[in-house]
Design a protein around this ligand. Sequence first.
Ligand code: ADP
Length: 531
Amino acid sequence: MNSPSDSIDDIISLLNKHYHPNSNQEQQSQQNSRPKAGIGNVMLPQIKQQLNVLSAIPNTYNNNSDKFKRKAASLNRQQQPKSQAKDTNSFLTPMTRYLTFKPYSGSTDIIINDVGYYYKFGSSPIKLVKGLLEENGFKENNDKNWTLYWSSCAIRSEIYTNLFAYQKVCHFPKSYEMTRKDLMHRNISKMQINHGFINFNFIPKTYILPAEMSYFLEEHEKIKNNNPVYICKPHASSQGKGIFITDKIQDILNKQNSNNSYVVSHYIDKPLLINNLKFDLRIYVAITCINPLRIYVYQDGLARFATEAYNPDSVKQNRFVHLTNYSVNKDSPNFVANQDPTLDYLGSKWSLLALREYLKLNKINEQQIFERIEDLIIKTIISVESAIFQACEMNVPFRSNCFSLFGFDVLVDQFLKPWLLEVNFSPSLNIDAPLDLKIKGEMLADLFTLIGIVPLDQRFSQDLSYVRNQSNYDVKKHQQEFEKYIIKETEEEMKRSRGWKRLYPSDQSSRYSKYFESDRPLNALLRNHYK
Ligand code: ADP
């Protein structure tokens, strides 16, 4: 990374070195290794001009972008001609081009030319992410100027604060507000209280123990004659580990002696069944921007089946009946692995599209189910929007720096009501079957295309959105241009959405505005635009 004291010429030569180790290589790679990726030609004078643009950005606008301010301030010291600074008054520069990604083929034999695109893992490498990036011409490099940072874990705040405009990291700060079981319940319960239980009635009633023990016992007392059944989960675990189902309150009380924190939910005992088996849905959801908020859902996903016939009265300890986790059921003698991705309705894991087709053929109103799922996705994200927005204000220099891929786990009951079980911070990208490679590979390629990774020559033309509110600018004129820029940015993103469906903003946005803690101007802008 460049230090704040680098001169523009230093930075140019650094860029030159990093992005053009030799120009033949670039040409060669354009011919050979990136069939779909849209690399532009790097034009150093343009980069230089864009660095001048950076230098003209005021260091007073955004009080949270320290790194950015330092960069701008240091560049400001490079006596910029005033006339060049004035050019930055406009957002209406030609729209940035972005790279297009092709799905990973599954090959382990990838030859990468170093053309200046780098990625970095913040956790152990994930084969699918690595393969996909490398087949699209990216090279792993932890020191150089990486474009994409992928991690299964939370990202440290110093990584956020040091980001350049063109760099992307795969998590928003504070996403755990939605992905930790206890916090998700707390946030949605808060919405139930503030905005009506009926509008947020898509999570099973839940208690965080031991903190809510007396409330839990009180509530249990009221319904105990109905023999309620509870599912108990360690508050920070996954893959069905440590889960038990019980209708005996003593089982739950015993667990409290072990000093562990448990999330105890009402058990949904009438799930929708297919071939007498319980199943749940893995829905992929992406947030591409928090300001303005942009949410997408992937059209395909997975349906994961239990491996023994469901009966609400069957032994509660039988995990092959009651749990739908792949990690649990793959150990069942009844587990059927799907070996042919074209037969995506066979075995213990189906594609979401196959499931929808099946429901349609069986005259089950799948459209209604999926509309309800989309509604719960939007509401769940709104419940944490404020926390994420504020964390970004504090730590993230550019609006374009973060994106997130979430796995929403949804159980549908016999009344076709979807229930949100949990949101996964880092949904599994393991490839255990050809169907995984097909669905997750396409989803990820479409995600990388959607988020907008800039070609080398456009790196410093990105995200001019912080140029505003300057005293020496015509604020009103500038505001209008900024708004046009945001609309254009949003529409350009939509054109890259491929298998992703945009949920928010939409022509329905106004239905959701009352649920936001603050009505952000950019959300209002897009709400009015799409009305
Ligand atoms: P984990 O993170 O350990 O996978 P989940 O919350 O996803 O925990 O639950 C594991 C499985 O248990 C789910 O896939 C689902 O089949 C079942 N399950 C979870 N909560 C409920 C519930 N409230 N009612 C019925 N089944 C549930």
